[in-house]
Design a protein around this ligand. Structure first.
Ligand SMILES: C[S@@+](CC[C@H](N)C(=O)[O-])C[C@H]1O[C@@H](n2cnc3c(N)ncnc32)[C@H](O)[C@@H]1O
Length: 265
């Protein structure tokens, strides 16, 4: 079942802007002052809305995405900033040599919002991201833990019950695949959902990768109700009850979103 933000990119853009202004930027600003002196990279920028509040504060921003259609829309929505040279928007793989050569050690802030769960081989990807950080810089991650009710992103399904049924994504892969086929999902949707299945990023696995990458967690916040749900579903965001966040594994099932600021040790 499609929600309005799935079919209307301008609605999606505005939700990105509102959520970024109210939640993402204030979270990042605890460790990095945002202003004209700040260089920001967003990986998986989509329509570019997350960057807008940073641009409004004068930051120089680079937004990259593998999806060309979304970058074309971002260029339309951020046309003024693009013309002024304040933002660069590219369909780009950040592993490309020219990107690496241009931006090694350059960014004060790198943002991955709802993106890390789509990226394979996170164990090598996250240390690579860190090489793009300027001294004292931070990487922001926001993602839904795999075991949360819709951690498989099954809300993207077109079939009504398949998009509303929680937790069936944690079944063994062949069973999950069969259910998606049975629900009549397209090959594209099935492939996207299985790619997320293969990354399966839990709170524990994410924090282990950060430790093994020689990085440290500067700030973390667990949410019972993801801030973006305010804009998508009209729900009031709620931080997770602290004692629950101390319960390894179980906490994943009742946490719809994690925010992290991560930096060098
Ligand atoms: C769920 S959207 C998030 C968009 C935006 N950050 C937001 O918060 O609304 C995930 C985006 O990440 C992009 N993406 C996934 N893997 C990527 C990668 N390795 N490099 C760049 N973009 C990637 C996808 O194309 C998609 O546009």
């Amino acid at each position: 079942m499609s929600l309005e933000q799935h079919v209307n990119p301008k609605v999606r853009y505005q939700q990105q802007v509102d959520n970024s202004k109210a939640y993402v930027l204030p979270f990042i600003a605890v460790h990095t002052e945002i202003g004209k002196q700040t260089n920001v990279l967003e990986v998986g920028t989509g329509e570019g809305g997350v960057l807008k509040p940073f641009l409004d504060k004068g930051a120089f921003c680079v937004g990259v995405d593998l999806n060309d259609i979304r970058i074309v829309l971002a260029r339309e929505y951020l046309a003024d900033e693009l013309e002024q040279g304040q933002v660069v928007l590219q369909t780009k793989n950040i592993y490309d040599d020219d990107f690496k050569a241009q931006y090694l050690g350059f960014f004060d802030v790198i943002i991955l919002k709802d993106v890390i769960e789509h990226v394979p081989e996170q164990e090598s990807f996250i240390p690579y991201l860190a090489t793009l950080l300027a001294p004292g810089g931070q990487i922001f991650f926001g993602f839904p833990p795999w075991y949360m009710p819709f951690g498989g992103h099954q809300q993207l399904c077109h079939n009504k019950w398949a998009s509303k049924l929680p937790w069936y994504h944690i079944l063994p892969r062949p069973m999950y695949h069969s259910i998606l086929k049975w629900a009549g999902e397209s090959e594209g949707t099935i492939q996207e959902l299985l790619e997320i299945y293969d990354t399966r990023i839990s709170i524990e696995r994410f924090e282990r990768i950060i430790r093994r990458s020689g990085l440290q967690i500067l700030k973390r916040q667990a949410y019972l109700i993801n801030p973006i749900y305010r804009y998508k579903f009209g729900l009031k965001p709620r931080k997770q009850w602290k004692p629950l966040t101390w319960l390894p594994f179980f906490r994943n099932f009742v946490t719809t979103c994690m925010y992290y600021s991560v930096g060098a040790k």
